[in-house]
Ligand binder design. Structure first.
Ligand code: FAD
Length: 519
């Protein structure tokens, strides 16, 4: 054993003794040889949800994947410690999923943020190698310098590559290109046993598919190879309004059936003036839609908005305006309530940043977010919408309700991501993602109010995931292993077997609350 490795082991041993000590004597940054542990930081027990605040005992800011490997290798070989380890990407989880109570948080942004772009000769052969802690906005900026960009996105880009690949990564491009986890060619992963493995669909494929959508349970993603395509200079961004839910969903399904023409499809339910304006940052000057939400107070009217986009490569042979007009003719939106703007591709993808800046300026970004995200089978979407509206008071709802269709065949069934299984019905190709993205403004919603919102979130999730609607939660932390088992359904045994293979002592991602740590 070389001397550096010996020192590291001795030093981690000291760390473990420190962590196990009842008086927790770690008070300042600690130099444990090549591994530099820090005292708990402000962010290590904080996430976007601001609902769970579990403090770790130490924070590792690794400079290389090797350091992560040394730590996990040591922990999995030492039989006396029950220390757990959570990778923390950008900390945009809702329920403490990147936290590790009394364990070690690894801050992934400390890894050197390397992004290298490879332009292939043929279409579909360009890719980026990017570190697991890098943000998608960084990848976008770098790839655009080469006229390239990833195909599949999330709405918000200040999320880490490893964090979204551990969940799915979805947005309005998912119907066309699949989720982000369907656009990965290769990964470097450090398993719970400390092994550094390069994996792909053909090389160590079990680990590759386990890690994609794997909730951080099988290993820490330190590098991902992401598929790129030519980036359009501009995007035609369109909004159409509806006062009828059926017509709204029929038109969404019409759009996702036109992948050759349409590049992005989303939509939202407009519950009140605030939800109309909060999502209209790019449209305010000519959005002359002034709906009457309140028809005499009792029978509340809601509206719906479809958002779609077409990449504008500004090629003479394609008149994007013409394409939009032809698509509009096929749609059944409220006549004359159809708006479009042309924006740069970067501004389009980075649109939620505008919303963030606006919310921050009003002190409404760093507040509690009792979000609920669900995949709902097409056959249950009408009933789910009624359930949701029965449990939401439009007058006091702050936030956004996103709803748009996805196509099941764009997801790889080998990945760990969980989709609805159709609740006994023949599996439908179309399913919906619904995001109830609610903010709890402390000025109007204090502790008791937040508890009520969380109770309502649980109630809606419970009814929605019953076989009658057959939904599956996305990005959720389930409260018990039994409920995780229900969530995974027929895929539970595979998930457990993968855990036994790659993280047998259940060291990783304790904040998901799936597997208790074992010796
Ligand atoms: P973290 O919260 O840091 O971590 C999430 C989980 O992944 C934890 O269990 C953690 O331990 C694990 N993890 C983190 N890094 C790694 C790694 N390198 N290797 C292995 N495991 C790791 N999701 C969508 O799909 N589409 C959206 O449009 C979308 N929009 C969002 C907008 C906002 C404003 C927010 C707050 C979230 C949004 N999300 C969206 C959800 C987001 O994708 C997830 O919360 C994701 O986990 C965030 O990435 P992160 O880097 O913040 O992860």
């Amino acid at each position: 054993m070389d001397f550096a490795l010996f020192c590291t082991r001795v030093n981690i041993l000291f760390l473990l003794i420190a962590l196990c000590s009842p008086c927790k004597f770690i008070q300042s940054p600690m130099d444990f040889g090549p591994l530099n542990f820090h005292q708990t930081t402000d962010t290590s027990s904080l996430d976007f949800g601001r609902i769970v605040f579990d403090s770790p005992s130490a924070v590792l800011r690794p400079q290389s994947p090797k350091e992560i490997s040394l730590l996990l290798g040591f922990l999995s070989a030492s039989s006396f410690s029950k220390v757990t380890v959570a990778a923390r990407g950008a900390g945009h989880s809702i329920d403490g999923q990147a936290q590790a109570l009394d364990g070690i948080v690894i801050e992934m942004d400390s890894l050197p943020s390397t992004i290298s772009i490879h332009r292939g000769r043929e279409s579909g052969s360009s890719y980026a190698d990017v570190s697991g802690g890098a943000l998608w906005i960084e990848l976008l900026r770098e790839s655009l310098r080469f006229g390239l960009a990833p195909r599949s996105w999330t709405d918000y880009l200040y999320l880490s590559v490893g964090g979204t690949l551990s969940n799915g990564g979805i947005s309005g491009q998912t119907f066309k290109h699949g989720p982000q986890i369907s656009n990965v060619l290769q990964l470097d992963v450090v398993t719970g046993k400390g092994e550094q493995v390069t994996c792909s669909p053909t090389e160590s494929s079990e680990l590759f598919f386990a890690a994609l959508g794997g909730l951080g349970q099988f290993g820490i993603i330190t590098r991902a190879r992401i598929l790129l395509q030519d980036a359009p200079p501009k995007v035609k961004w369109v909004r159409a309004f509806y006062d009828d839910f059926e017509t709204f969903t029929e038109d969404q399904e019409l759009l996702v059936a036109m992948p050759d023409a349409v590049d992005y499809v989303e939509g939202f339910i407009l519950l009140n003036e605030q939800s109309l304006h909060s999502s209209s940052v790019a449209f305010p000057s000519h959005l002359e839609f002034t709906p009457e939400f309140d028809s005499n107070g009792s029978n509340y009217r809601v509206y719906h908005c479809i958002e779609f986009a077409i990449h504008d490569y500004q090629v003479e042979s394609t008149d994007v305006e013409q394409v939009v007009t032809e698509i509009s003719r096929k749609m059944s939106h409220i006549p004359s309530h159809f708006y479009s703007v042309e924006v740069s591709y970067f501004d389009f993808l980075n649109r939620v940043r505008m919303e963030e800046v606006s919310l921050r300026s009003r002190g409404l970004w760093e507040v509690a977010h009792p979000w609920l995200n669900l995949f709902v089978p097409k056959s249950g979407i009408r009933e789910f919408k009624d359930l949701l509206l029965d449990n939401i008071s439009p007058t006091d709802f702050e936030g956004l309700v996103l709803i748009y269709p996805l196509l099941r065949d764009k997801w790889d069934a080998n990945s760990s991501a969980v989709l609805p299984d159709g609740g006994g019905r023949a599996e439908e190709q179309v399913m919906y993602i619904v995001g109830v993205l609610r903010s709890a403004n402390p000025a109007t919603c204090a502790a008791q109010c937040l508890r009520d919102l969380l109770r309502r979130r649980r109630r809606v999730a419970k009814v929605a995931t019953d076989p009658r609607i057959g939904a599956k939660q996305y990005l959720a932390r389930h409260p018990s292993q039994g409920q995780w088992q229900d969530h995974f359904g027929r895929h539970w045994d595979r998930f457990v077997a993968r855990k036994a293979q790659f993280d047998p002592l259940s060291i990783l991602a304790p904040g998901q609350g799936i597997f208790p740590r074992t010796y």
